[in-house]
Design a binder for this molecule. Structure first.
Ligand code: BES
Ligand code: ZN
Ligand code: ZN
Length: 474
């Protein structure tokens, strides 16, 4: 009986040993020309279950390897509880685009753990079997551990997005974040009630007026090295977007429980930064509101005055995301951030532009966009560069305010939304905006993706922060 998972490279051997005596479940990766990438064949052989997984004919990216990790885990869903898992890994190593042992193992295990995710708080679904891998060589444990930390952070974002709006309100969300960060270096501050008004968080206060759920502004701070330039992450946290007075119609409105996906991505990235000991100086700003319409709700044609003196005319109450993000951007600058990344499920238009695989990335530092695209490719959180044409500003013209929150053009809605946000960014500040309305759910439910939210943005934001840190050190 074999308990070995072996990777032979430069005379290295990796061995996974089972925790309990059990039958083996063996994973092989097949290279045969007829074998499709990700195709699974299960072959019971006595007490053993052999799983063949195709690796196709091309070289394997890290995302391909995560995918194989996810497929491997899913194919063992019916294996015995606590079964011993052995895998023949050498084919993956031979074919990896970057055959760096740590990254290959880490990516495979990241996919493995992400595929284990289940959101079953309100379901009597049977729990997934538990397969535990134990690394015999101490030096390899860190790769597995890194994968687990990454997957846990993504799964935190998935959990938050999957929660229905009656369970995740701005109040319970803020409480949850206090809990999540309790034993970490991240401090959690909650601004609410009159403080929102007296501190001029006009957008947040206004959007929340039509809901009986009070708004919360959560500020997460991780200051491990004050000598580093401060980076701000701002995430849209609309726990339900009914559209407000410009009420949404259509059967898919339940999707709008995930209109807090940007804030979930930021929370996940902060968790990853905290758990991975990154020496960063990061502040996360999460405006949490529910966009509903009762007798107190804000109305189309209302005027909102922001702390920078800008007056915004509400052309449409369903363009609420940009109204609360504007407060977030201004606050980030007040706190001294020189680099700001915001992320939001902001427009339906971004999906029309890009489809469902990649979110849109915008910036006032255009030359960095292809670098973010590259980070997206590496992490699996795909983004594609989008323009912020100042020429479109006239679409946001307002009769009685400085700017309208609604474009007068039916075209380029994701770009005019970004342009609106840009009005709240001072010169000299580096600003990046990610519109992830189209990626809050997985673009395909394969590999390590499971039903429900994708957890998009956690890994990308984490790598963006790390990349900013590396650049500022040069
Ligand atoms: N939350 C929506 C955007 C959205 C759409 C997210 C689809 C996820 C899936 C946002 O608040 C919104 O309603 N945007 C409007 C803007 C319009 C009124 C200018 C839109 O995209 O239609
Ligand atoms: Zn909306
Ligand atoms: Zn929204």
């Amino acid at each position: 009986m074999s308990f070995m998972m072996q990777v032979r490279r430069r005379n290295m051997h990796i061995t996974i040993v089972p925790i309990h005596e059990a039958n083996d479940d063996i994973i092989f990766f097949e290279e045969k020309s007829c074998t499709e990438f990700g195709k699974v064949q299960l072959i019971p052989k006595g007490e053993e279950l052999i799983v063949y997984i195709g690796i196709g004919q091309d070289s394997l990216t890290l995302e391909n390897i995560r995918f194989l990790g996810g497929i491997s885990r899913k194919s063992l869903a019916n294996a015995k509880e606590d079964a011993a898992v052995s895998a023949e890994f050498s084919l993956i190593m031979n074919r990896a685009e970057n055959p760096e042992l740590g990254q290959v193992i880490s990516s495979f295990m990241e996919g493995w753990y992400l595929a284990e995710y289940q959101f079953s708080s309100y379901k009597r679904a049977p729990k997934l079997n538990q397969l535990t891998m134990r690394w015999e060589e101490e030096s390899l444990r860190e790769y597995d551990q890194a994968a687990r930390i990454r997957a846990n952070a993504v799964n935190l974002a998935r959990d938050l997005c999957n929660e229905p709006a009656n369970k995740l309100t701005p109040t319970t969300y803020a409480e949850r974040l206090k809990q999540v960060f309790r034993e970490t270096d991240v401090t959690v501050q909650v601004i609410d009630g009159d403080e929102l008004v007296s501190n001029e968080f006009a957008g947040i206060h206004t959007v929340a007026k039509g809901s009986s759920e009070p708004a919360k502004l959560v500020v997460l701070t991780l200051d491990r090295d004050a000598s580093k330039e401060k980076i701000a992450l701002v995430g849209k946290g609309v726990t339900f977007d009914s559209g407000g007075t410009n009420v949404k119609t259509g059967k898919d409105i339940g999707e709008m429980k995930m209109d807090m996906g940007g804030s979930a991505a930021v929370a996940g990235a902060m968790k990853l930064l905290a758990d991975s000991d990154t020496a960063a100086n990061v502040v996360a700003i999460l405006p949490l509101v529910e966009n509903l319409a009762d007798g107190n709700a804000f109305l189309p044609s209302d005027i909102i005055r922001y702390r920078n003196g800008l007056h915004v005319e509400v052309g449409n109450t369903d363009a609420e995301g940009r109204l609360i993000l504007a407060d977030g951007l201004l606050y980030a600058q007040l706190l001294g951030a020189k680099t700001i990344v915001d992320i939001a499920t902001l427009t339906g238009s971004i999906g029309s532009a890009l489809g469902l695989k990649a979110a849109g990335v915008f910036s006032n530092a255009e030359s960095d966009l292809w670098h973010y695209k590259q980070l997206g490719d590496q992490t699996g959180d795909y983004v594609w560069p989008m323009p912020v044409y100042d020429d479109y500003l006239h679409y946001l013209k307002s009769d009685c305010g400085d700017v309208n929150n609604m474009s007068s053009s039916p075209y380029g809605g994701a770009i005019t939304a970004a342009l609106f946000l840009k009005q709240f960014v001072e010169k000299g500040i580096k600003w990046v905006h990610i519109d992830m309305a189209n990626t809050v759910r997985p673009w395909r439910e394969q590999g390590y993706y499971v039903p429900g939210a994708s957890g998009f943005g956690v890994r990308l934001l984490f790598e963006m922060v790390r990349s900013e840190l590396a650049q500022s050190q040069i």
